[in-house]
Design a binder for this molecule. Sequence first.
Ligand code: SAM
Length: 245
Amino acid sequence: SYGYATVSGREEKQSRVNDVFHRVAKRYDLMNDLMSAGLHRVWKDQMVSWLNPPHRSGWTFLDVAGGTGDVAFRIVERTRRRAHGTVLDINASMLGVGAERAAKRDLSDNLTFVEANAEELDLPDASFDAYTIAFGIRNVPRIDRALAEAYRVLKPGGRFLCLEFSEVDVPGLDKLYETWSFHGIPAIGERVANDRQSYEYLVESIRRFPNQENFAGLIRQAGFERVSYRNLTGGIAALHSGWKL
Ligand code: SAM
């Protein structure tokens, strides 16, 4: 099991996560499509719609656990390539794939890639208009630290937006989803990435993550105001929003 209380438990969790993403980086985008049946694209689009970034240069965002860049690309494109974003991730392999994809899309000028831990951002206070994190926070051992850092680096008036797997609230769908998670996803992991264990770990991390209300509570505890959430696809995923006012 991956403990939270002890230093070694925490380090073990993070190194396990790092290991998983080093191994999956090259196939990450393909695996996302297969495992979510393409839904992750719709959810990310919904995230960026809710964010509704202004089309003005000078507006900046930080995409934490940004991985291969999916969310950051959408935000920059949504602002008609005016926004500037920092894509931050603890994993150099994921960032490497992201930087390559950015170059192919001619988005390199709008994005900076930074290798760092969400729990300790080496970034100045009050420096971003938005902080986004998609399918990342459940991998961070100390969620409260990540949220405190999010609050710190946002400008007053800044927005926090998180996309994460959550608790299914539709009868029937929950059973289907369980079957998919515990059988379908590890099976795909085995066949496509030859790595069943990593995908079992990912499913387990989803099951352990706090539900919608509890996660909203953590965001409020970090100091955010007007905290709210929206369920996506019956709660398979949820979007949480908060403001630093
Ligand atoms: N946001 C991207 C997306 O939605 O496609 C990537 C999500 S991927 C499931 C999770 C990412 O979290 C990985 O790239 C992993 O390296 C990163 N990650 C895990 N622990 C982290 C930490 N403590 N700080 C920053 N990033 C972390």
